[in-house]
Design a protein around this ligand. Structure first.
Ligand SMILES: [Fe+2]
Ligand SMILES: [Fe+2]
Length: 446
């Protein structure tokens, strides 16, 4: 309830800030129209950049199969370096507002998100644009061209400030509408989008310079850019479809083995939360989560007699069963999207004490992702109801995890997992053992 109130106040504040910026920009632009003879052309250019920014905001650039940024950033940077700041801000605001409102009308955007997105973009351009114009001596492309020595630092500060303010505004809304810690949300967002934002800013800069020399040429250049974007999108779609196909294949193994499609999903959810609580980077987390979804894919090569056997496996059967991480790795290696996950899959049955398989790796020789999956997979296997037996209670499963610290499990990972179960209310340490976490932490330290 309280959070909702804060969220509404936050969105209202962004809305007010947006209107204030627009008001100031209109007043400043009107003043410049009165006092300068080039203003008619500037208004025309501003209108052009508003339309460009609106179109570009709807074009998505895929930099990973499931991650994309809107091309709007490029058009906004082009406007900022080309025009006097008030005109540039009005062009940006108009372009972004038109694109967001069309999404709102089509039911693809909620009203709150529209306010946050327009506000975030405009405030980002105010910050970045002010830095650019200050560092570039108040000059812009249309009046006096770019001074190369000043333009580079000015452009870099524009990009960094633009990016930081845009991320801050959006992260504020995310952390108020979810349990996400603001710092973590900011770090994740800033890390993943910075490089694409910077390169889009550069595209904007190059476009503006070209436009300045030859508008026709700059428009012609957009054709190959648009075509290559289309092919990037096609490649990204193909990669997403490949990932989906492999995940479906892994799901079907889950069903054959554990009798539930939910196994992979549960493991992936827990793995994601655990990896986040260990403070890993978004890229590392997504590799580990992907690996967790397909960790037992290699069971595709294990016969049902062995896979579904409820009794003890014979030595030969056990050896055959131990092949599954290697088979899984071999299958996954052939897909570029799974290349980093393949190694994690290979080692998900290694043990901290070096007695695991297939390679008998020890301690930190084992990839961190594999150590995470080992803990989560063991917990899920213990607590899950199978056809032939009922799942263990959470308390008993945690006890088993505790017993395995330092032998089967990485102490730090296992400690973080138990802490996560406590924080999420899944597990309550018994009154008589309030020192559980101390034990876990001590073993982590030792
Ligand atoms: Fe396995
Ligand atoms: Fe499993």
């Amino acid at each position: 309830m309280k959070r909702k109130l804060f969220l509404n106040a936050y969105i209202a504040a962004i809305g007010v800030a947006t209107l204030l910026v627009i008001g100031f920009a209109v007043a400043a632009a009107a003043h410049q129209v009165d006092s300068a003879h080039w203003s008619n052309a500037t208004i025309l250019y501003a209108a052009f950049f508003a339309i460009l920014s609106m179109i570009a905001s709807r074009q998505l650039l895929y930099y990973q199969p499931s991650s994309q940024v809107a091309m709007g950033t490029a058009a906004q940077v082009a406007a900022i370096v080309s025009l006097p700041l008030p005109f540039a801000l009005l062009a940006v605001a108009a372009g972004k507002a038109l694109s967001e409102l069309s999404l709102l009308i089509q039911g693809k955007r909620k009203a709150r998100a529209v306010v946050v997105n327009i506000g975030g973009t405009l405030l980002a351009n105010v910050a970045g644009g002010t830095a650019f114009h200050l560092l570039h001596g108040g000059q812009f492309l249309w009046s006096s061209g770019l001074t190369p020595l000043l333009a580079l630092p000015a452009f870099l500060s524009l990009s960094i400030l633009y990016h930081a303010v845009d991320a801050l505004v959006i992260v504020g809304a995310i952390s108020l509408s979810s349990n996400e810690s603001p710092w973590r949300a900011f770090r994740d967002m800033a890390l993943s989008v910075f490089a694409p934002h910077l390169s889009l800013g550069f595209v904007g800069l190059v476009f503006a310079v070209l436009w300045h020399f030859s508008p026709v040429l700059s428009l012609l250049i957009m054709i190959p850019i648009w075509l290559s974007m289309r092919s990037f999108q096609a490649v990204a779609r193909l990669q997403r479809e490949t990932v989906e196909a492999v995940l479906k294949m892994a799901e079907s193994i889950d069903y054959r083995d554990t009798g539930t499609y939910e196994h992979s999903k549960r493991i992936a959810d827990m793995t994601r939360r655990l990896a986040r609580s260990l403070g890993l980077t978004p890229e590392h987390i997504s590799d580990i989560v992907l690996a967790s979804q397909v960790h037992d894919l290699g069971k595709i090569g294990i016969s049902n007699d062995i896979l579904l056997k409820t009794g003890r496996l014979t030595d030969e059967e056990y050896v055959a069963m131990q092949e599954h991480p290697v088979i899984g790795e071999e299958i996954l290696r052939s897909y570029s999207a799974f290349r980093s996950s393949a190694t994690i899959v290979r080692h998900h049955h290694e043990r901290w004490d070096g007695k695991g398989y297939p390679d008998g790796l020890k301690g930190e020789e084992i990839p961190l992702g594999s150590r995470i999956i080992t803990v989560v997979d063991s917990f899920d296997a213990m607590t899950d109801d199978r056809v032939y037996r009922k799942g263990m209670s959470v308390e008993d499963a945690v006890q088993r995890l505790k017993d395995g610290i330092g032998s089967q499990f990485d102490p730090r990972v296992c400690g973080a997992f138990i802490q996560m179960l406590i924080d999420e209310g899944v597990y309550t340490p018994p009154e008589t053992h309030p020192d559980l976490l101390r034990l876990v932490r001590e073993s982590a330290a030792g």
